[in-house]
Structures are given as C-alpha cells and as structure tokens.
Design a protein around this ligand. Structure first.
Ligand code: NAD
Length: 396
C-alpha cells in the first residue's frame, strides 16, 4: 500500500513502516556513536517503551550498555487498510535491531495500568532475566481504567483561570487562537490518577514484592517543568499538578527502594515533539521558538540525545548527580539557559502568520511531527508500495 500522512488536528492517523524503521536506526546509530556507557544498566524494564522518551531510554540502555530489555507499551498492528501505529512499527524495528546485535528484547503489548499486565511482566522477568537493575516508567496515556472498571481521563486545562493562547495548525501552518476554561476539581483529580505517580508506585511495589529488583536497582520517571510562558497551561495546569505527584511518589518510593539499596528518581526532561507533547495546546508556538533558538545555538537535542546524556552524564556516571532542591535530576538545563529563554520571552507575543518561518522553526517542528510517524525522511520514496503488515513477537 502507498502510505502518506493523514493529519487531523494534532493527530496523524497513518504511520510509515520504513520511515519508523529509519527513525529507530538513526537513534541506534547515535547511541553507538557516543560509545559504551561504563557501568550502564544490564537488565531493564521500560514501561511506555514504544515512543518518545521511553523508546529512546530503551535504545540508550540496549545499545549504550548492551542491556537486555523488556518493553511494555500499548500499540496497534495494521488492520486492513489501516496502518499500524508508529509505536508498533518502531518497536518491531527496535526488536529486529536488538536481535541482530545479539541483545535480548521482548515486548508486552497491553494496558500497563492493569494488574494482569503487571503480573505477566513479573512472570517474564522471573523466567528470563531474574532481576532488573533499572525500571524506566515513561507512560503518557489519555486515560486509565481503574480497578473498579471506571475510566479516569487526563485533560489538559488551566487551573483557576481560563487560558487564552495560540496554536499552529499542522496542515495549514496557520496560527489559531485557543481558549480553555479552567478544570474542575474532578478533572484535576482524574488527570493525577492518569499522569501522577500512583501507578509508578504500584509497579515498583509489585516488582519489589516479587523479588525481581536487584541490589542497587534504580527507577526513573520523567517530568517537564518548562518555561514561565507555558506555565499557565502546563506547570500551573492539570498536567503540572499531576506531575507534582511524581515528586510525592518518588519520595514515597525511597523507603521501599532502600530495601534493595535502590533509588527512585524523577528526571526533568527537555520539551520535545512526541505524541504526548503534540496534544498540549500552546506547546506548538513554544517548541517552534525553542527549536529555532536551540538549533541556532547548536545545543538542540531530541529524545535520544536527552536519554543518552541522562544515562552517560548522570545516572551511570561516576560523578555526582546534578539534583535540584526537590531531588530531581535536571536534563532541561540547556532549555532553561538565560539566552534561550530571553529569546522565547521576547518573541512569545510577536509570532504571526507572516513571520512564523522567520522567528520560529515551525518547519522543523512540523518535520519532527511527521518524522514521529515515519514521514519526511530523506531517502524514502513515499510513493512506493510498502507492506503495512509488520509482525512482531509479543509475550501475552
Ligand atoms: P509518548 O506519547 O511518546 O509515549 C508514551 C508511551 O506510553 C508509549 O510507549 C505508549 O504506547 C505508552 N502507553 C500509553 N498508554 C499506555 C497504556 N495504557 N499501557 C501501556 N503503555 C501505554 O510520550 P512521551 O512524550 O515520551 O512521554 C513519556 C514521559 O515523558 C511522560 O511522563 C511525559 O510527561 C514525559 N515528558 C515528556 C516531555 C515532552 O516534551 N514530550 C518532556 C518532559 C517529560
């Protein structure tokens, strides 16, 4: 089938298998080019392993220190004329590359919030790996089915006051005003159920109880703080409130993790184009400005550069961790440099349809969106027939 992007709003409902494979190959090449991480992890579980920061963490662990990895994700295979999801193609590509490199890689596709999936993951760890030395929790989900069968939904809304901002239409490149009413208390609580730290605690406590975390094991969860211009919709909004709960969970996990001489860390990552980030109103303008100024300065990073630097210079380095006053690891250091933020603050209210390509890198932001789904890669002929059915071995 010939596959072109199908973009509606902030969603792209098609993915290209060859482009997704290329994306993973490029990430693997980047990690290999950085050399092996001394004392890197050897047996890693990644929850949310098929996109963005989770996939990049998996690649950094596997190809940066030869780790065996188990990836948990929620992705769809192709069905009829519908392509598979990008995360499906990328996980299949990762597994092939890991196999070729002689690295153990197994995948579990299903709802990571469920108790059944936690149990089957533990069974697999016991059977194949024995104990883990790292657990990466990198879920970004629109909803969570709770134990009583009800579903909590995550919403992206301001708290207390309405939000007036702008977004950029991926198709037309037009800037559109957006306004959002403040979240209700229930929406705030539900977003915290989905994106807060509770499920991370459930996972880690279940893994500890099963005895599958090795002495010195570490676990990470990713958060975003961002710049003051996005605080009204992010940091001070429903998602920011949910993310605050990660700090509570990290602290609640410190006692249980100490029983295996382990640690739980929240790592503050850079703002980037991922499936989850593309859904946040207002982020398009911010990230387009950020990409422009960081690329000009020469310190722009994607997910793979971020996770590789996290592993190499922080988690598995011999030096001291660079922690903030909340005990979080800061990987947003370059994003928050004064000259970067000065540029964004100065241009924030100046962006118009006319100067979009001049003062922002919307073109780069849009390209990152298309590449996330396997499109816009050089060297791939998107008018050639490809097989949309790509198989992947899954552990059920
Ligand atoms: P993403 O959308 O690229 O990936 C989310 C992953 O979660 C995918 O592997 C998906 O399959 C999986 N997933 C979703 N629902 C699931 C379910 N019910 N069961 C199993 N797997 C499920 O997201 P991302 O942007 O990489 O986000 C990962 C983490 O990084 C989040 O905590 C996010 O807040 C954080 N973060 C993101 C950014 C950013 O700019 N994108 C910045 C800092 C921190």
């Amino acid at each position: 089938m010939i596959i072109h992007p199908k973009v509606r709003g902030f969603l792209c409902t098609a993915a290209h298998p060859a482009g997704c494979e290329k994306d993973v190959e490029q990430q693997v090449e980047y990690v290999k080019s950085q050399g092996q991480v001394k004392c890197g992890p050897k047996k890693v579980l990644i929850i949310g392993a098929s996109g963005g920061y989770g996939l990049a963490s998996r690649i950094s662990a596997a190809f940066g220190s030869g780790a065996a990895t188990i990836g948990v994700f929620f992705e769809k295979p192709a069905a009829g004329k519908r392509t598979a999801s990008a995360g499906w193609y990328k996980s299949a590509a990762f597994t092939r590359l890991a196999d070729e490199a002689g690295l153990y890689a197994k995948n579990i596709n299903g709802d990571a919030f469920s108790a059944e999936l936690k149990r089957s993951t533990i069974d697999l760890i016991k059977k194949d790996l024995g104990q883990l030395d790292m657990v990466v929790y990198s879920l970004a989900a629109p909803g969570r089915q709770l134990a009583d069968g009800t579903v909590a939904r995550s919403t992206i809304k301001p708290i207390g006051e309405p939000f007036e901002g702008a977004t950029i239409d991926f198709n037309s490149g037009e800037i559109r005003p957006i306004s959002l009413a403040p979240a209700s208390d229930e929406e705030i609580a539900d977003t915290t159920k989905v994106m807060g730290g509770e499920d991370w605690e459930l996972w880690i406590n279940a893994l500890l109880k099963a005895g599958v975390l090795a002495d010195g094991c570490i676990t990470t969860n990713y958060t975003y703080l961002g710049s003051e211009v996005t605080w009204p919709i992010y940091y001070n909004g429903t998602i920011g409130r949910a993310k605050e709960d990660l700090d509570r969970a990290a602290s609640a996990l410190s006692g249980p993790m100490a029983t295996v001489n382990g640690k739980a860390y929240v790592a503050v990552m850079k703002g980037l184009m991922t499936q989850a980030a593309s859904a946040i109103p207002g982020m398009a303008v911010y990230l387009s400005l950020l990409f422009k100024v960081m690329k000009e300065k020469g310190n722009h990073e994607g997910c793979i550069e971020q996770t590789t630097r996290l592993f190499d210079s922080q988690l598995f380095s011999e030096g001291e961790l660079r922690l903030d006053d909340q005990g979080r690891i800061r990987m947003d250091d370059w994003e928050l440099e004064d000259d970067i933020q000065d540029y964004i603050r100065a241009q924030w209210s100046e962006v118009t349809n006319e100067n979009l390509d001049e003062i922002t890198d919307f073109a780069g932001y849009r390209e990152a969106f298309l590449q996330m789904h396997g499109f816009a890669f050089d060297g791939i002929d998107y008018d050639t027939d490809v097989d949309q059915n790509v198989s992947m071995d899954l552990v059920s």
